[in-house]
Design a binder for this molecule. Structure first.
Ligand code: 3PG
Length: 400
């Protein structure tokens, strides 16, 4: 981005791919009938790039996806409330086009003034964005690229997607990495290539299958891999425990058993859990040992003994990578494990990385001090795929 700014962008049209895929409060609706953003961290993360371009007099065209609409307009996934929030954060109006490459967008781009910011409607309202067909994606990319003179990718959260706005538009314009993408890649490169030892990884979230590749990639590098969240129950089952009504991926039990054997004690599992009668904040719940989970209960958080065990392992680390909450932190009775682990991470005498998605949202939702972490990634899937060693299409497109 500094290179682009150095060239001078006043009056030039700059297409910025951002990741404004922010979470919404499921229960709330604003007076305009739109959803209410529950965590605007991703929007804040791209502000430095937008401010630098705006203040340099560029005509800034911002584009993002939101959720997973099916390639056609769907009001549930409109970016309109995000445009409003972005305007508040920028302290200047953000023009919103209610289509992506249609007449509204075309007119809005033509009317853009120097130093103005425009947000296009959700890219995934157009089937070309996510298409597996190169020609279909390319045709959509042609339309997007026609809007701009330069391309800037600051959507780290989406760099693992081979989508038109991430992979094909940069092939059509002079391309630049935004500050966020640069910083994220630099930090993850350091953690994956030369982590200072001891290196402790904390994984949570619901599914083992989503994390299998990263577990396999990390296992040879880590001193300890602490597993909590919904995914720990498949590991516990593989250890021979009954897990009641807890989340279980039956087809992954033998894979987990193999991983436990391969890890030779380096995978650490909870020893107690908070077991609830149902998935609800009001549900009856108790702390039970993992060997005594009642058949009619489901585990919704790791228990206090496990939190201490995990905190102890974290305390000695020089590098910690954390992805995935330890429990259903959005519901107060099941937030203690995530909070305890997060607090332990803030205290290490070393470098910590929070790997995006729900864990980054947890840091903010639980009111933890963001500055106490080394780096909070904006990419959930993207940071995991980076650590798996995969080529990220968005990064490859910039490097080409
Ligand atoms: C994310 O939330 O990880 C990114 O915004 C990518 O979203 P996706 O998984 O729907 O592609």
């Amino acid at each position: 981005l500094d290179d682009l700014l150095g060239e001078g962008v006043s009056g030039r049209r700059v297409f910025v791919r951002a990741d404004l895929n922010v979470p919404f409060d499921k229960a709330a609706i604003d007076p305009q009938g739109h959803g209410v953003i529950s965590d605007d961290g991703r929007a804040r993360a791209v502000l430095p790039t937008l401010i630098a371009l705006r203040d340099a007099g560029a005509r800034v065209i911002v584009a993002s996806h939101l959720g997973r609409p099916k390639g056609a307009p769907d009001p549930k996934f409109t970016l309109a409330p995000v445009a409003k929030r972005l305007g508040e954060l920028l302290g200047s109006t953000v023009v919103f086009a209610d289509d992506t490459v249609g007449p509204a967008a075309t007119e809005a781009v033509a009317a853009l003034q120097d130093g103005q910011v425009l947000l296009l409607e959700n890219l995934r309202f157009n089937a070309g964005e996510t298409s597996k067909d190169d020609a279909e994606r390319g045709a959509f990319a042609d339309q997007l690229a026609a809007f701009a003179d330069f391309y800037v990718d600051d959507a780290f959260g989406a760099v693992h997607r081979k989508h038109a706005s991430v992979f094909d538009v940069p092939a059509r314009l002079p391309r630049y990495a935004g500050g966020l993408v640069l910083k994220e890649v630099e930090v993850l490169k350091k953690v994956s290539e030369s982590p200072e030892q001891p290196y402790v990884v904390v994984l949570g979230g619901s599914k083992v299958s989503d994390k299998l590749a990263v577990i396999q990639a990390l296992l040879p590098k880590v001193d300890k891999l602490l597993v909590g969240g919904g995914m720990c129950f498949t590991f516990l089952k593989a250890q021979g425990h009954e897990v009641g009504k807890s989340l279980l991926e039956a087809e992954m039990i033998s894979v987990c058993a193999d991983l436990l054997e391969q890890a030779q004690g380096r995978i650490v599992l909870p020893v107690d859990v908070v077991a609830a009668a149902e998935f609800s904040a009001d549900a009856a719940h108790d702390v039970v040992s993992v060997s005594e989970i009642p058949a009619d209960r489901l585990g919704l958080d790791i228990g206090p003994e496990s939190t201490s065990l995990f905190a102890e392992a974290i305390a000695g680390a020089k590098t910690v990578f954390w992805n995935g909450p330890m429990g259903v932190f959005e519901l107060a009775p099941f937030a203690a494990g995530t909070r305890g682990v997060a607090e332990a991470i803030t205290k290490i005498d070393g470098f910590s990385v929070v790997g995006g998605g729900d864990s980054a949202a947890a840091v903010r939702t639980l009111g933890l001090d963001e500055s106490a972490f080394g780096h909070i990634s904006t990419g959930g899937g993207a940071s995991l795929e980076y650590l798996e060693g995969k080529t990220l299409p968005g990064v490859a497109a910039l490097e080409k």
